[in-house]
Design a protein around this ligand. Structure first.
Ligand SMILES: [Ca+2]
Ligand SMILES: [Ca+2]
Length: 221
């Protein structure tokens, strides 16, 4: 920089968002030089001081954390001082470890995801004979994976056992009775076949309960 010049550049953020490190490779032959970097018109770094490196080709790297939202960012370098060198600016993602969130409630999982510096990804649901309704069956990325801060974590939430109409973790006569009531009065909770429902409760729905009962609780009723 040989004057109080402003330089502007466009930086497409790609998949990066969340916490990043901004690194600038600089040199100066006197102390007291400063600059800052804007993203979308906001000063995200505060003043960054360039130390006296003792020579124009004696480079050092200064680093500050920045936190960005997802999307295209317009990055603007702003110099407060004359007479220092800037070689480059680069952004690197802060890596975090994905926590284990399987087997716990969706709310607890999302709290853990936020606490780890990650974000909620896609939520889908699936029946499970082993994971209680409302708990996390699986996650993507898997626990222990190192990913950039702010990355989304997808969850599959259990709907419980298919045919467990009162969601008590057991398929038994209580569920059969609930289905029988629906059969007489019209579907409310017992239209479970096909999975999206077809507006009627009939032998197909009963067959799902019978199959769950036989498969999951054979010999226990
Ligand atoms: Ca039940
Ligand atoms: Ca049905």
């Amino acid at each position: 920089m040989d004057g109080n010049r402003r330089m502007a550049g466009i930086y497409r953020q790609r998949q990066w968002h969340g916490k990043l490190h901004l690194e600038a490779r600089v040199s100066a032959t006197a102390a007291g030089k400063t600059f800052y970097v804007e993203f979308n018109g906001v000063n995200k770094t505060g003043n960054i001081t360039v130390p006296n490196t003792g020579g124009w080709q004696n480079w050092t790297t200064v680093s500050v954390p920045v936190s960005l939202s997802a999307g295209t960012q317009i990055m603007r370098f702003v110099s407060n001082s004359a007479d220092f060198n800037l070689n480059y600016i680069r952004l690197t993602a802060t890596m975090v470890t994905v926590p284990t969130v399987t087997g716990i409630s969706q709310a607890s999982a999302q709290s853990a995801i936020t606490a780890a510096g990650l974000t909620d990804g896609a939520i889908s649901q699936s029946f499970s004979n082993t994971v209680a309704a409302g708990n996390v069956m699986s996650q993507n990325p898997t626990a222990g994976t190192s990913v950039p801060s702010g990355s989304p974590v997808d969850l599959v939430i259990s709907l419980g056992i298919r045919g467990d109409l009162n969601v008590d973790g057991i398929v038994n006569l209580v569920d059969i009775e609930l289905m029988s009531g629906d059969w007489l009065s019209g579907p409310s909770i017992a239209d479970i076949e096909p999975a999206s429902g077809d507006g009627v409760v009939d032998f197909l729905d009963f067959a799902v309960i019978a199959a769950s009962w036989a498969r999951v609780f054979k010999g226990r009723y």
